[in-house]
Design a protein around this ligand. Structure first.
Ligand code: SF4
Ligand code: SF4
Ligand code: SF4
Length: 337
């Protein structure tokens, strides 16, 4: 009997309604998508004790456990207390009470990240460390926000399709005297990136306008003539989303900003959301909120009190055409061909 189940209340604890009446799927947060392997035994225990014996590697990098009966939710919430404390409080530094009531909100979604500096040779940043820092800023909040972090412009984390997409970028330095003129960096840039390098008199020339800061030239250089500067830089894409309501790719908001800027704008997000939504945290993608406020108002509020580093670049205007579904006019029934 489901008529007395408060779906909205259960959802706040990160339990999602199932197609099977009376069953739910728990979504456990894994900020940055990386935790100690020991936690898999906890996932196994929940799945085999209260769930249907399986778990889904959630599309937002959660441990998603389906088949949990409504009657078992209290027991599951009590069981995950230690996991929540270890991950949220001890690892990420989230300021929250941990008790037998489970997760306090589903608003701010799990932060997605590629593996970044923990493994990937292409990475420009420590995605895991950043995800954990941002978790302590955005969680727990009833206001919806999705963040994805990619270690480089390859964007394996799909940062282009989320509310805030953060991408690690690098500024490179060229040591003229170490360059032997082999052309490997030129080939690498043309193959992987934006073809902004060329050879002139056996030395490399860069068209600075369109360098995406990926670092492929650094990886390709056999002599170390190209190197990354020590400072870590980030690009911020905003307003990307999937969903039924006009999916769209995010646009570049900031480029070559430092971590302090990222922290600063994320601290302003909840206030911005609350003002746009008149303090009612309803579910809406970040892009819809930016549309409601208008880009210039968004920019003013999200950068309030944030000191931009000297290298920072800020979009002067942003415009989305939102033509995706209009393109359906090109997709006609076979019979009309
Ligand atoms: S986005 Fe870049 S750093 Fe991250 S996994 Fe992909 S290639 Fe590696
Ligand atoms: S960092 Fe710039 S120059 Fe180097 S490969 Fe990437 S786009 Fe090309
Ligand atoms: S790969 Fe290195 S050595 Fe070769 S052309 Fe480029 S900068 Fe010079």
């Amino acid at each position: 009997m489901n008529h007395d189940i408060d779906i909205k209340e259960i959802r706040k604890n990160c339990f999602r309604q199932s197609k099977v009446k009376g069953e739910f799927m728990l979504q456990m947060r894994v900020p940055g998508g990386i935790v100690a392997a020991k936690h898999l035994s906890m996932v196994q225990h929940i799945a085999e004790t209260w769930g249907n014996g399986t778990f889904h590697i959630g599309t937002r990098q959660t441990f998603s456990l389906p088949g949990i009966k409504y009657e078992s939710i209290d027991a599951v919430n009590a069981y995950i207390k230690d996991y929540i404390r270890e991950i949220e409080v001890d690892t990420c530094g989230v300021d929250m009470d941990v008790n037998d009531a489970g997760y306090p909100t589903i608003g701010a979604r799990n932060i997605v990240a590629c593996i970044g500096n923990s493994h990937c040779i292409k990475a420009n940043i420590d995605t895991t460390a950043l995800a954990r820092k941002l978790e302590s800023i955005i969680f727990p909040s009833h206001y919806h926000i999705k963040i994805s972090i990619a270690g480089c412009p390859n964007d394996c984390a799909k940062a282009h399709f989320t509310d805030f997409g953060i991408i690690g970028v690098t500024k490179t330095e060229y040591d003229y005297d170490r360059c032997i003129g082999c052309g490997k960096c030129v080939e690498a840039c043309a193959h992987h990136a934006t073809r902004v390098l060329s050879m002139e008199q056996a030395k490399v020339v860069k068209d600075e306008c369109c360098c995406v800061g990926c670092g492929e030239c650094v990886l390709a250089c056999p002599t170390g003539a190209w190197s990354r500067v020590p400072t870590k830089f980030y690009r911020v894409m905003i307003g990307g989303r999937t969903g039924k309501k006009s999916p769209r790719m995010g646009k570049m908001f900031l480029n070559f900003v430092t971590e302090d800027v990222i922290i600063g704008i994320m601290k302003n997000w909840e206030k911005f959301s609350a003002e746009v939504l008149e303090h009612k945290p309803v579910y809406l993608h970040g892009g819809h909120l930016i549309d409601r406020a208008g880009y210039h108002k968004f920019k003013e509020m999200i950068l309030d009190g944030v000191t931009l580093n000297p290298e920072a670049m800020v979009a002067q205007r942003i415009f989305w055409a939102e033509t995706e579904y209009r393109s359906n006019i090109n997709v006609l029934p076979v019979a009309t061909k």
